[in-house]
Design a protein around this ligand. Sequence first.
Ligand SMILES: [Cu+2]
Length: 142
Amino acid sequence: MDRRAFLATGAGVAAAALAGCAAGGSGGGEYDVGMSTDAFRPETVTVEVGETVVWRNTSKQGHTVTAYGDQLPDGADYFASGDADSQSAAEDAWMDGAGGRLGQGDTFEHTFETPGEHGYFCIPHEEVGMVGVVTVEASGSE
Ligand SMILES: [Cu+2]
């Protein structure tokens, strides 16, 4: 409706995607983790502290990016599409009208500040194995 607002939003996403690319080193794509109809691709990514991971729904299927509350390093920020602040809140939002849903082409990003493995899943497709892990390494470690 408001074309300028639409364009501004698009520019913001592009900038975020570029930032994620530069940080995550995904090799020139506009995202770090894509989504097929039933899987995150790739299922595992490794970044350094302070880097941003960008997910993009590269399928026509609706998905979520939802952290497992009990699979985060101590002190890590919770993350989920829709910005729920806990796994139960994310699941409630999903049940209550598909809150946090990422449609085709939608993106979600999170900046990781805590070293360790961050497990996450897609709420509607967890049962078919749509899960992933973001491994965060201390800055400068190899
Ligand atoms: Cu899914």
